[in-house]
Design a binder for this molecule. Structure first.
Ligand code: 5GP
Ligand code: MG
Length: 473
């Protein structure tokens, strides 16, 4: 069972946070875990299936609490009190793969030669199965089906080395996109993959430091943004402060463009680009590319809102909230009755009839994955009296699988099977328009240099051998 409202979404998406407090800065025993909690709370959009926090106390003892559900459902004040220590890491996860989901929840805590380590990971390793087979041959046992456990095992293999050196060796072994936070006795570590596919940033707290997938988590906990962790960098935070190791250097950059399109929160700035600004620019570019005649511009909230504002501003067509979103969707919705299931997207979105009735609508969304949600939304708008519905999508057709942490798979991608007219017919819109790849690049800073856009053009910055790919329909 997944999060039923998003059941049609293939994904393996996560958010991570790490907190380090200097001894003098600790006010109450569980302050690091509490800070991590608020950080995770701000990263909730990155994963709603499970949440977890691990804290390491002064004896090097790591305690973890993780469960299925939203951050606010998994943690109570009492649970947080039970996680003492001045170093903590946290994780939110959304995955529709894997059998027993709780087993796959993070952080993972393990004990090796050098003590206990808590590990949280966002991303996906393309050579995970190969590494796992190799480790299994050497005698490793696995409790989960996550690639995070493979990382833990590799670290343990290299335990004769200092943690930093073991991490460098591990980074040489693993291929793919990853952002890791790791808590060990007296140390918090952050690691980012050599191409910077997955995001990770560093902030300063009063008397400490924080690592997080997105800068919005830093804002929430009152941390000052220092910088993004560099691609291929290991940041070690301990009593000496922040030490940076350029573990794997590459001149190439491949920041995930889907973070800007859909995944990250608009108030975050990743690798120097503000997400809201990127989305608005994509919406404005889309307006220049389409030049549609209509009465109103309506976003699919929340993911389409920034692009819709950009579209409206550029086209001069008024922005209207024509769909209301229920934002209080939690685990309570995990097993609705069949009758509720049939209501589908209605549990989450409802048209504002006064706004849409009799109107020609430009409906703006960030992306189309399967097309099933878009189809329901268009049909809902028509039932509410919309005269025309033109769907404009602020990204190009998503027609290639992601292997680096977004986990959209080819068979589920409607754009891999159908051409634009076929998708339009399936969705039932009067017209359908995607942003061009060049338009997407022009909307991003640096002219779009240094991004991974494999989900749109099939050019993979980290080779994905042995996996067959199709093209756009
Ligand atoms: P579709 O019409 O493809 O069923 O749904 C489109 C919607 O899916 C868009 O509003 C977009 O924001 C959302 N979306 C895009 N990628 C993902 C993803 O990886 N996970 C989830 N949960 N939603 C996604
Ligand atoms: Mg959406």
């Amino acid at each position: 069972m997944g999060h039923v409202l998003d059941d049609d979404k293939p994904c393996h998406e996560c958010g991570v946070v790490g907190v380090y407090l200097a001894e003098a800065a600790v006010g109450e025993p569980a302050e690091a875990a509490r800070t991590a909690f608020y950080g995770l709370f701000a990263l909730q959009h990155r994963g709603q299936e499970s949440a977890g926090i691990a804290a390491v106390d002064e004896n090097g003892e790591a305690l973890v609490h993780k469960a299925m559900g939203l951050v606010s459902e998994v943690f109570s004040p009492a649970v947080i009190e039970g996680l003492p220590g001045r170093i903590a890491v946290g994780h939110v996860r959304y995955s529709t793969t894997g059998g027993s989901r709780l087993l796959n929840a993070q952080p993972l805590v393990f004990s090796y030669l050098r003590g206990m380590v808590a590990l949280a990971h966002n991303g996906n390793l393309v050579n995970y199965l190969e590494l796992r087979d190799r480790l299994a041959t050497l005698g490793s046992v696995f409790q989960t089906s996550t690639d995070t456990e493979v990382i833990g095992n590799l670290l343990a293999r290299y335990s004769q080395d200092r943690l930093e050196d073991a991490l460098i060796k591990t980074m040489i072994d693993v291929k793919g996109g990853y952002a890791l936070v790791l808590a060990a006795r007296d140390t918090l570590v952050g690691v980012r993959d050599p191409l910077g596919i997955r995001p990770l940033c560093l902030g300063k707290l009063e008397g400490g430091y924080v690592l997080a997938s997105e800068s919005c988590a830093l804002d929430t906990i009152g941390a000052e943004f220092l910088r993004d962790v560099a691609p291929g960098e290991i940041v070690v935070i301990d009593s000496r402060g922040v030490t940076s190791l350029c573990a794997l250097q590459s001149r190439q950059r491949a920041h995930c463009v889907f973070e800007y399109i859909y995944f990250a929160r608009p108030d975050s700035t990743l690798d120097g680009i503000n997400v809201n600004r990127a989305r608005r620019a994509m919406g404005a570019q889309l307006a220049r590319e389409t030049r549609l005649q209509a009465d109103i511009v309506v976003p699919v909230p929340d993911s389409g809102t920034s692009a819709a504002l950009g579209y409206a501003a550029e086209s001069g067509i008024p922005f209207e909230e024509g769909l209301m979103k229920n934002r209080y969707v939690g685990r309570t919705f995990i097993q609705p009755t069949q009758k509720m299931r049939d209501l589908g997207v209605r549990l989450k979105l409802n048209p504002v009839a006064e706004v849409v009735a009799g109107r020609r609508i430009i409906l703006v969304d960030d992306s189309i994955v399967r097309g099933t949600t878009s189809r329901q939304i268009v049909s809902m708008l028509r039932t509410a009296g919309a005269r025309e519905v033109h769907l404009v999508v602020a990204s190009p057709p998503t027609c290639h699988s992601c292997y680096y942490g977004i986990d959209t798979h080819l068979p589920e991608l409607i754009a891999a099977r159908l051409d634009v007219e076929g998708i339009r017919a399936f969705i039932g819109a009067d017209s359908l328009h995607y942003l061009s790849v060049e338009g997407m690049f022009s909307a991003l800073d640096r002219g779009g240099e240094g991004f991974c856009v494999a989900c749109f053009d099939g050019r993979y910055p980290v080779p994905v051998e042995g996996v067959r790919e199709g093209g756009c329909g």
